[in-house]
Design a protein around this ligand. Structure first.
Ligand code: CU
Ligand code: CU
Length: 352
């Protein structure tokens, strides 16, 4: 597995050096003159077949990732909420169930760059699990990976349901060995946008390899209807030096440059934003030419902030709500230039 990363490393190391100087800066420098238009027309800044004119130039990488081979497409993943299957408990409550399988899997994380990921259900991020406050949740975890793992949910639950190595082994929980399984069961509390991730040691490696996902608990009284999106901010350390080489939302750098997220003018857009980036202390989200209401952790129904930029440490998350008053293309990205230049950048395409 390491061989792949070792082969990939020189390419990305080179990109890391080259991109900030001749990639995005070059493209941005062309905003006011003919340079970027020339680059754009000749396709030097990315293929951009699906993108509107002028957008592809913001992709510093040439070519595109084979989403089909990866088995997940960020354009679908952004609106993919896994509701599991439901049944009625004797006391009348809803029981909601999922199966999550840990699998080792090579994924192409940038054009031509594969990464030996550890995944939940074959994708990074794992499925966005969605429930309603007060439901009983049952998650059957099967470890099909060559390494021991757990599923640690953020939420409120008994200690042996916490996916913590060393706690609950006597009851079949704790660290789950290769080939073993465990059923996590707890109540969906509190409402908000949460997360889950592996908590096996060394923790940084188990998270960085891809074992994480968003976990949404809807309030008992639904939020206002909206076009809902999930964005998991992440990155990949492709040369295994403890620093990220690419950054993204939903794993694939510049995906939403090549394939902007289409939304309707005037319609409420709700983004469930979760920071699962390992190795870097903070991440951020910035929207261009607009502002949003921000509900930290989504645990209250009143926003605490009206802004165009928020910062999240790892595991921090929140709900963003906004409407686009104008049709057109609106950029969103980490307001940390290095992250944006290495992939954490995309566009909304606002249609009439
Ligand atoms: Cu793990
Ligand atoms: Cu955590």
């Amino acid at each position: 597995m390491l061989a792949t990363g070792a082969v990939a490393a020189p390419t990305l190391a080179a990109l890391h050096e080259v991109v900030p100087h001749s990639g995005l800066h070059h493209a941005l420098a062309g905003h006011g003159d003919g340079t970027a238009h020339a680059a754009m027309e000749h396709g030097q800044a990315g293929h951009g077949a699906m993108s509107a004119p002028g957008i592809a130039m913001h992709n510093s990488f040439a070519g595109s990732v084979d989403n089909e081979a990866n088995g997940f497409d960020p354009s679908e993943l952004v609106r993919d909420f896994d509701l599991g299957s439901t049944s009625r408990l004797p006391d009348g409550r809803t029981l909601r169930e999922w199966t999550i399988i840990a699998q080792d899997r090579e994924i192409e994380v940038a054009p031509g760059i594969t990464y030996p990921a550890w995944t939940y259900n074959g994708r990074v991020p794992g499925p966005t699990l969605r429930a309603r406050q007060g439901e009983r949740l049952r998650i059957r975890f099967v470890n099909g990976s060559d390494h021991p793992h757990t599923v640690h949910f953020h939420g409120i639950h008994p200690d042996f349901m916490d996916g913590m190595p060393g706690i609950g082994e006597g009851r079949g929980g704790g660290q789950i060995k290769t080939g073993d399984a465990f059923v996590y069961e707890f109540d969906a509390e509190p409402f908000g946008v949460h997360l889950y991730h592996c908590h096996a040691m060394p923790l940084a490696a188990h998270i960085a390899k891809g074992l994480y996902g968003a976990f949404i608990v809807d309030p008992a009284e639904s939020r206002e209807p909206a076009d809902e999106l999930v964005m998991v901010m992440n990155g990949f350390d492709t040369d295994f030096d403890g620093e990220n080489d690419i950054y993204a939302v939903n794993s694939i750098p510049f995906h939403y440059v090549e394939h902007p997220i289409k939304v309707k003018r005037g319609e409420l857009v709700r983004i469930y934003l979760v920071n699962l980036l390992e190795y870097d202390p903070i991440n951020s989200f910035h929207i261009h030419a607009n502002f949003f209401d921000y509900y930290p952790t989504g645990t209250r129904l009143e926003p605490t902030e009206y802004t165009d930029t928020i910062v999240q440490g790892q595991a921090q998350r929140g709900v963003l709500e906004l409407r686009f008053p104008y049709a057109g293309h609106f950029m969103f990205h980490a307001h940390k230039t290095e992250f944006a230049e290495l992939g954490w950048l995309g566009f909304f395409e606002v249609e009439e």
